[in-house]
Design a binder for this molecule. Structure first.
Ligand SMILES: [Zn+2]
Ligand SMILES: [Zn+2]
Length: 175
């Protein structure tokens, strides 16, 4: 089949010029990439990024997977939450379009023939992590009067018919 070229460069930026120009057919990328904290989430371990790049109809086609663990706070009780994220990647980038674009523009995942794998991974992960992290779907949160964690038992405060005068009361649709 195709010629496989294994990219094990220490650089996060990969020259895809030969690929798009037809010199070879695949580039395999297997890298650990450190992600910066994002919206209150931290990534304690580098993301495992495994991608196959190939040229298709003048486009750069990127398939593969990204796996990373993220940590954050439960939106309701502020307890620590650790989750794993698995992403199936299927992206198509247009090298011709990226060549026309402002090289100092915001989206520079592909700048000319240089693919910034770290930036790509960061953008994909940040758009995939869920908003509103909860420790469990029916986390009871903190008492709005005394601040006690209601998952750990009832506090001394007496709610009046469940009305806690707050907007934070969320019915669990599963019940
Ligand atoms: Zn919680
Ligand atoms: Zn209370």
């Amino acid at each position: 089949m195709g010629t496989f070229v294994y990219v094990m460069a220490s650089e996060d930026k990969i020259d895809v010029g030969g690929l798009v120009g037809g010199g070879h057919r695949h580039l395999l990328v297997d890298r650990r990439i450190v992600l910066e904290p994002f919206e209150g989430l931290a990534f304690p371990e580098p993301a495992a990024v495994r991608l196959e790049l190939r040229a298709a109809d003048g486009l750069l086609e990127i398939g593969g997977t990204i796996d990373v663990e993220y940590r954050g706070e439960c939106d309701r009780c502020l307890g620590g939450v650790v989750r794993g994220l698995h992403l199936d990647v299927m992206e198509r980038l247009d090298p011709a379009e990226s060549a026309r674009r402002d090289p100092f523009g915001e989206s520079n995942v592909l700048a000319g023939s240089r693919l910034d794998v770290a930036d790509l991974a960061a953008q994909l992960v940040c758009s995939a992590v869920p908003f509103g992290l909860l420790c469990t779907p029916n986390c009871k949160g903190l008492c709005q009067v005394c601040g006690e964690n209601k998952n750990q038992g009832a506090c001394a405060c007496v709610p009046e018919n469940g009305d806690e005068r707050g907007e934070l009361k969320v019915e669990d649709p599963a019940q």
